[in-house]
Design a protein around this ligand. Structure first.
Ligand SMILES: Nc1nc2c(ncn2[C@@H]2O[C@H](COP(=O)(O)OP(=O)(O)O)[C@@H](O)[C@H]2O)c(=O)[nH]1
Ligand SMILES: [Mg+2]
Length: 311
């Protein structure tokens, strides 16, 4: 364990890969490992990249990595694929799209399927972020598909979130979906080589005009496949990051992240302990049979767990 932690903190590739396996597979030692590295986290720039499937997120990520490497920054990437862990299709695609970095020790890419869990952050994704952070990655890119709540939540922990959009996917639907307006710090209108990007941008602007109490995100036009607009996008990302720092929002965000992490663990812990209780099934059955209300069921479970019932 000590060797693993030392290697990880020194930024070595193998220990990081090993530590990620421990965390993802819930191996023994996970808790101790996270405890040891946790004080060393909080230094990476967490960058969320989200948007609909096929928007070009992985291609864009790949191009952003190139820029960051040119600036001498080390990069971690977590590509979260919510599709079936058995299909592997998108994960394979990510590997292919980012494989130019396979031999670069300054880039660590991990694709993972989201596990089924009860709402909130995908804990293992967050734990993997902590590991990469402790391993000294300067920037950690979290690529998620902007569909489910899990993905939105993962992106919530990012300092800057880029929402990738493409023309012709039913623009207003795209824009209205999944609280895109709330989560976007920066927009990338990708596939600008295709028709309709002007229309998409003007629709976006119109939507943004209606959003109050929030800084208007900058919109960048990109063609990820031929590296167009990537410099500007990276600059826009850093400009946003600087504003977050200046406005003192970072501390607020850090506390929010801590809170949502705590919440995810709290929920998981309660669920794990509850479902391990002998009477759990019985409580479920009685709720199903309308014998007790779910509220009363919760009281019973809490009492069973030795938690005091509130008045
Ligand atoms: N025409 C065009 N195709 C693109 C562009 N960016 C990405 N693509 C293509 O769109 C497809 C999906 O890209 P990918 O990065 O896997 O999308 P993701 O699902 O959002 O990660 C791939 O075939 C890319 O080559 C672009 O700017 N223009
Ligand atoms: Mg992808």
């Amino acid at each position: 364990m000590d060797d693993l932690v030392a290697g990880l903190l020194a930024g070595k590739v193998r220990p990081l890969a090993k530590a990620i396996t421990v965390v993802e597979n819930d191996r023994p030692g996970k808790r101790e490992l996270l405890k040891k590295i946790y004080p060393q986290t909080g230094n990476a720039y967490l960058l969320g990249i989200t948007g609909p499937p096929g928007a070009g997120k992985s291609t864009l990520t790949d191009k952003v990595i190139v820029k960051l490497r040119q600036q001498g920054k080390t990069v971690g990437v977590i590509a979260v694929d919510p599709s079936s862990p058995f299909s592997g299709g998108a994960i394979l695609g990510d590997r292919i799209r980012m494989q130019q970095h396979a031999l670069d020790d300054g880039v660590f890419i991990r694709s993972m399927a989201t596990r089924s869990h009860l709402g909130g952050l995908s804990k293992s994704a967050v734990d993997v972020i902590h590991l990469m952070d402790a391993a000294g990655k300067d920037v950690i890119i979290i690529e998620t598909v902007g569909v489910g709540q899990d993905e939105v939540d993962i992106v919530r922990i990012a300092k800057t979130t880029v929402v990738v959009m493409v023309p012709g996917l039913g623009d207003s639907v795209q824009i209205a979906k999944a609280g895109v307006m709330e989560i976007a710090d920066v927009f990338a209108v990708n596939k600008a080589d295709r028709d309709g990007s002007d229309k998409l941008i003007s629709e976006l602007r119109a939507m943004l005009d209606m959003v109050k109490n929030k800084e208007k995100p900058e919109i960048f036009r990109t063609i990820a496949v031929d590296d167009t607009g990537i410099d500007e996008l990276v600059q826009g990302i850093y400009a946003h990051g600087d504003r977050v720092l200046e406005t003192g929002l970072l501390r607020k965000k850090i506390v929010e992240i801590a809170e949502s992490e705590l919440r995810a663990y709290l929920l998981d812990t309660i669920m794990e302990r509850s479902t391990n209780m002998a009477s759990y099934e019985d409580v479920v059955k009685r709720v199903a049979d309308k014998k007790i209300t779910p509220m009363d069921g919760v009281d019973e479970i809490f009492i069973g767990l030795g938690l005091q019932k509130q008045n």
